[in-house]
Structure formats: structure tokens, C-alpha cells
Design a protein around this ligand. Structure first.
Ligand code: DAH
Length: 341
């Protein structure tokens, strides 16, 4: 009797199926629970005559092991989501959404501003759509200077001439006409020139202008500030060199090179084997510019400098094609995640 029951239970339980964790648990309670089928069989077993107990006991053990193994298999093969559905925790913090990155030009501009602000320079800005006076005339450009030419400058209107500023030097004039010295400003901004777009030229780019006016300002002051700046930006070992140059608004004028940050001055393709790369223009503010902007050139002197943000960014991050800066390709921009401030 009992052996037949055991045999049929063996067959019955070998064919069990379940699709949820709860179903498996219900089966366990039904067969192996305290008031389950197995327990009833044990009660029956205890009543058996001594001589049959040994054989039946073995079969009962087999049955119990077989049921246990079947339940384990069922549990293991449950569809995966089922366990998760029960575990869905609506109070958990959502996964962090990916943050964007700062634009490389913004990173470099912020770094430049930060360095000069530690040297006492304050921010100033002016309009991108400017009149001829602030861009050219007040900056001592002669009436026939080639920079005024249609080929360089975007004109918005003529007579009076309204242009897209071609350099941030226009902000120098804006500051001088409203402020009396001492003046110590840094002016970042976008500028425009009528150039065909290529890997090396663009019709818009960015500059940072600096202007310092006070009673006793010398070229040595300018040189020291620029050396400090170059070392802050490119590292302690950076060397600078100043080459005589010409700008209408400075006299004397110079262009500044830094020792090539890529090859360390040994000479490479980037610095065209010279070991030096140009990063800015500078000079002592021409007294004519001070006078044109209402500052007494007998009492005051000044220095000024202007640098291209794209150029410095290329040096720092080795961006080969200027167009990348304005194409908004996330594969490019993603590379700056977590950089700077
Ligand atoms: N404005 C010049 C340019 O766009 C750059 C420059 C040179 C600015 C010398 C200055 C300076 O303030 O002193 O090329």
C-alpha cells in the first residue's frame, strides 16, 4: 500500500511545473511542509510492522530527496523577471543621468580668466556688433588700414559703419571711455572675420583682451605678467620670448611665443621644428589711443595684450581642426567630460 503511494508520488512530483516563486513555495508546503504529504506518509510509516520499515524507510528517503531536487530545479529555472518584479523598489534613487561637459573653449577661457583674476584683473565686456569708432578709429587704425577692408570685416551697415567686431580690442575703448585709471581688465569674447572656413581658419573665433593702465606702468611689468600667465597655464618650465611686431594701438608692440608645450622646445611638427609657438600680441598702449579715449597720456601709461582662445585650446588639447569647435559633435564634446571648471 504505502510503497504504491510512494511510487505514484515519485512520478507525480517528477512532473511538477511552476512559473512563479510563489508557486514553487506552495508546492514545497504541500509536499514537504509540516502538514504536508510527506508528513502524512511518515505517520503511516511509523505504524508499519518492524520488518518492513527498513525497505520502506529507504524509499521514503528517496522520495523526499527527489521532491527536494525537483523543487530546487523549478526555482532555478524561474523566468528571470519574476524575482525582480517582486523586488522593484520605488523609493530607490534613480541611476545618475549622464552630465554634459564644458566646451573646450569655455574650459580654456575660464582658466585664462581665473589666472588673470588672481593677478587683480576684473572682467569687462562689450557688444559683438560694434561701430567703426570702437573697433578701428579709437584704436588708432588709419582710415585706409587694410583691416577695415570688406575682405576682412563683416559690415552690418555703412555710413555710419556698423561691423561685427574683428577683435576684442574694441572693449579697451569701451572701458577707457567710462572708467578713469587705474584700469585692470580682462575681456573675453567672440570676434568675426570674413574668412573662408577651413581646418585652420574660421569666420568666428574667440579672444581674450587684457588692458592695464596706471601711473607707472612699464614694459617690464607686461613681460612679468605674461611670463606668470604662461607658466600658470602651461606649467612651471615654460619659457617665453617676445619678438618686435606692429599693431596700430601699441607702441612698442610685440608678439609672444612660448616654448613648444608639445615637444618641450626640441622641435616638432606642431612648432614647425622651431621649438616656439606664438600665442599672443601685446605692447605698450599707444599714447594716441589713450588720448582718443579721454585719458591723459602725460599722466598715464598702459600695456595691453590679446590672445586667441582657439589657438591656446589647440595647444592644450591638440585639436587639429578648428571646425570641431562649432559643429557640436557629441563624440568630440564627450572627451571633455569631467575636465576643468
Ligand atoms: N587685436 C589684435 C588682433 O586681433 C590682438 C592684440 C595685439 C591685442 C596686441 C592687443 C595687443 O591688445 O596689445 O590680432
Amino acid at each position: 500500500m504505502i510503497t504504491e503511494k510512494i511510487q505514484s508520488l515519485l512520478e507525480e512530483t517528477a512532473a511538477l511545473t511552476a512559473t512563479t516563486a510563489k508557486e514553487v513555495e506552495d508546492l514545497r508546503i504541500h509536499y514537504l511542509g509540516r502538514k504536508g504529504v510527506m508528513n502524512d506518509l511518515m505517520a503511516e510509516f511509523r505504524e508499519l510492522p518492524q520488518e518492513t520499515k527498513r525497505e520502506v524507510g529507504q524509499k521514503l528517503n528517496q522520495l523526499k530527496q527527489s521532491i527536494q531536487a525537483q523543487l530546487d530545479t523549478l526555482r532555478k529555472n524561474l523566468p528571470a523577471e519574476d524575482g525582480k518584479k517582486d523586488a522593484l523598489d520605488l523609493t530607490r534613487t534613480p541611476y545618475p543621468t549622464p552630465l554634459g561637459s564644458r566646451h573646450p573653449l569655455t574650459l580654456v577661457r575660464n582658466e585664462i580668466i581665473e589666472i588673470f583674476s588672481r593677478l587683480g584683473f576684473v572682467l569687462a565686456d562689450g557688444p559683438e556688433i560694434e561701430d567703426d569708432w570702437h573697433v578701428f578709429s579709437s584704436m588708432n587704425f588709419p582710415a585706409d588700414h587694410p583691416a577695415r577692408d570688406m575682405q576682412d570685416t563683416f559690415f552690418i551697415a555703412r555710413q555710419p559703419d556698423i561691423v561685427l567686431r574683428t577683435h576684442t580690442s574694441s572693449v579697451q575703448s569701451r572701458v577707457m571711455e567710462t572708467t578713469q585709471p587705474p584700469i585692470r581688465v580682462i575681456c573675453p569674447g567672440r570676434v568675426y572675420r570674413n574668412e573662408a572656413i577651413s581646418a585652420r581658419a574660421h569666420c568666428f573665433f574667440h579672444q581674450v583682451e587684457g588692458l592695464y593702465i596706471d601711473k607707472h606702468v612699464s614694459f617690464a611689468d607686461l613681460k612679468q605678467v605674461l611670463l606668470t600667465f604662461a607658466r600658470e597655464l602651461f606649467g612651471e618650465g615654460t619659457q617665453i620670448r617676445l619678438r618686435p611686431s606692429y599693431f596700430p594701438f601699441t607702441e612698442p608692440s610685440a608678439e609672444m611665443d612660448i616654448s613648444c608645450h608639445i615637444c618641450g622646445g626640441k622641435g616638432c611638427a606642431f612648432c614647425k621644428q622651431t621649438g616656439w609657438v606664438e600665442i599672443l600680441g601685446c605692447g605698450m598702449v599707444d599714447p594716441a589711443v589713450l588720448e582718443a579715449n579721454g585719458i591723459d597720456s602725460k599722466e598715464y601709461k598702459g600695456y595691453a595684450f590679446g590672445m586667441g582662445v582657439e589657438r591656446i585650446t589647440n595647444l592644450k588639447y591638440r585639436v587639429k581642426d578648428l571646425r570641431l569647435f562649432s559643429e557640436n559633435d557629441v563624440r568630440f564634446l564627450d572627451q571633455f567630460v569631467g575636465e576643468g571648471f
